[in-house]
Ligand binder design. Sequence first.
Ligand SMILES: [Zn+2]
Length: 234
Amino acid sequence: MAHPLEALLALQEKDRKILKLQREIRDIPTRKAEVESQLDRAKAQLAIAHDAQMKVESDLKQLEIEVESHREKIVRYKQQQMDAQNNEQYRALLHEVAAEEKSISELEDREIELMEQLEGSKKAITERDAEMKEEDEGICEEQEMLAERLEEVHEDLERVIAARERLVSNVESASLIKKYERLFANKGDFAVVRVENDHCKGCNMRVPPQVVNDALNPAKLVICNYCGRMLVNL
Ligand SMILES: [Zn+2]
C-alpha cells in the first residue's frame, strides 16, 4: 500500500510551483514600474538642465540689451561733447562717457562668464541626451522582456494548475486534501515534510522514535509536535 501522503507530496510540489509563478506574476508590474520611474527621473533631470540653459540664454540677451543702451548713451554724450559750451561741460561729459564704458566692460566680463556657462550646459545636455537615448532603448528592451516573461509565466501557471488537477484524484480523501490545503496556506512553504535522521524537515526538530515509526505507517496521519506539519517517513 502506498503511503497516502506520497500523493500529497506530489501535489505539494505543484502547489509550490504555482505559488512561485503567482509571486512572479505579482512582482512583474512592480519591476515595470521601477524601470519606468528610473526613466522618468532621467527625463526630469534633462528638463532641469534645459531650463537652466534657457535661463542663461535669456540672461545673455538681457545683458546685450543693457550693453546696447550704454552704447547709445555714449553716442549721445559724444554728440553733446561737440556742442559743449565750455571746458567744464566737456569734462563732465568725458566722465559720463568713461563711466558708461566702465559699465560696458563689466557687463562684457559677465557676458563671457555666462557664455562659458552656456557652453558647459550645452555639452552636459548633449551628453545627458545621449545617455537618455541609450537608457530609453535599454528600458524598452527590458519592458519587452518583462511582457514576454509575463506571458510565459501565465502559460506555465496554466500548465501547472492542470497538472495539479490531475494529481488531486490520486489523493485518498477529500478531507485529507482540505486538511493539506489549509496547512499549506497557513505555512506558506510546506504542509507535508519528510522525517530525515529522526528530524522533521519542516522545523528541523528531533522527533521521538515513536513518531518516526508512526510516520512509516500508511494507516497513520502523523503531525509534527513542534511545527504542526504532516510527517512522512518514506
Ligand atoms: Zn516540524
